[in-house]
Every structure is written in C-alpha cells, then in structure tokens.
Design a protein around this ligand. Structure first.
Ligand code: BEZ
Length: 239
C-alpha cells in the first residue's frame, strides 16, 4: 500500500504575522519583515533558476516593479537555489532573453538564496506531493505592519498572472482605505460593496434609500460607486 510521508512544514495563514527570518539575497542581507515595515511586500517563491516558466515570470514581474513601487509595494523572490546561481540566472535574463517584447530586463528586487529551505519551510512553500526539493509558486501579500493579508499558491507547471497580483494589492489597499469590499472580478472604477447591514433598521434604510450612488440588489448586497480617480489619488504615488 502506498503511503504519503508529510514533511514537517508550517503554513502561515491570512491574518498571521509574517514569519521572520534573516536571509542572503542578490541585493544583500535582509531582515524580514522588519526591513519592510511601512511598505506592502509581495514575497513569492519559484521552483528553480534557469527554468522556462520561472524565467517568463521573472521577466514579467521585474518589468512591473515600478508599477508596484508606485503603490508602495516591494517585491521579494525566493528559491532554494544558491546565491551564485541566482546571480548567473539574473545576468542571463538581462543579457540574453527577450520575452514578449521585453528585453534587457534587470531584476532589481532581492532574490533570496534558501539552500537550507529554512524560509521555504516556514512559509509552506515546499509541498512534498509537488516536489521535495523545490518550492511551489507561492505568493504572500504582506501589509505595512507585517501581517499576511492574502496568499496564493500555484503548482510548478503554472505561470502566475502578474496583473492579478497587482489587482490583489490594489483591492486590499482599497478595502483598507475606503472600508469597502470588492466583488467578483473587481477592477478600480467598478462599484464596490458597502458593509452588509448589521441591523433591521439599516436593512430597511438601505432598501428605501434614494442615494443614487448606491445600488442594492437586496438588503444584504449593496454596492456604491468609487471612482478610479479617487482610488488613484489615494493609493498611487505621483511622479
Ligand atoms: C519551470 O519554471 O519551467 C518549471 C520549474 C519546475 C518544474 C516545472 C517547470
């Protein structure tokens, strides 16, 4: 009979404090998450350097680094490869690879070396049924106070959608700033969800409201307009 052997790994959850660690990266040593206090961070893992899906991901993500910086978001990558492999791979990306019209792409965000798998195990990035020796594609969204606010895991074969990662950051920041939730497939400029009525009185008020900016599908499901310009001016740093 086949048995599954589970390694002892932790799986941080939404709302947890991001597990702390010190690491060597392609941009020097970091003390995580303390060094990132005051910024949003996307901490993400990839299976291995010099592999095709990962290369397409790094070129795409690095080309969006400034866009993320404008919404106070820093990127930190990780794989269980060593520092010199990371350096060689990032040099190859810059010097040799053109992907979807993106070329000469410099990866300026830190890429953690994690040969010991110390960080990968703390963050549940090693998932033995996928691989014992490489990380899956994990993404942790960490807020300026060091709290994990969203988590996405992809298998090794599936390249991530980086527009979606940007959408998650904007949606989390919009929820915090405007005290709203965001519906399915929300993009800035779409209507947002106002907190559900918490009493019979508010439910009745909502259904009788003449507020033309609010739209109630029923008492528990009301949306309101939130202009993209208002979101941009609250979240996006000016030049
Ligand atoms: C890749 O990045 O191409 C890859 C890495 C590990 C397993 C499968 C694909």
């Amino acid at each position: 009979m086949e048995t599954t052997v589970y390694q002892e790994t932790s799986m941080p959850r939404i709302g947890d404090k991001a597990p702390s660690f010190k690491a060597v990266t392609t941009q020097g040593s970091i003390n995580f998450p303390e060094d990132y206090s005051g910024s949003w961070v996307i901490l993400f893992s990839h299976p291995a350097d010099f592999t095709p899906v990962c290369t397409s991901e790094f070129i795409t993500f690095a080309s969006m680094e400034e866009k993320f910086a404008k919404v106070n978001t820093k990127l930190v990558g990780l794989s269980v490869d060593g520092l010199y492999s990371h350096i060689a791979w990032l040099r190859t990306i810059k010097e040799k690879i053109e992907y979807k019209g993106l070329k000469n792409v410099e990866v300026n965000f830190p890429l953690i070396e994690d040969i010991s798998m110390n960080v990968a195990k703390k963050y549940g990035m090693i998932q033995p049924e996928e691989s014992n020796t490489q990380a899956v594609r994990a993404v942790f969204f960490i807020d300026p106070k060091g709290i994990i606010r969203a988590i996405i895991y992809y298998p090794q074969s599936l390249g991530r959608n980086f527009d979606e990662l940007y959408r998650v950051i904007i949606a989390l920041q919009t929820a915090d700033k405007f005290k709203v939730a965001t519906p399915a497939d929300w993009e800035p400029g779409d209507e947002v969800i106002v907190p559900t009525a918490g009493s019979c009185g508010v439910a009745k008020e909502r259904m009788q409201s003449k507020d033309t900016d609010m739209n109630c599908y029923d008492w528990f499901f009301c949306t309101r307009k939130l202009d993209k310009a208002k979101i941009d001016s609250a979240l996006v740093k000016k030049e």
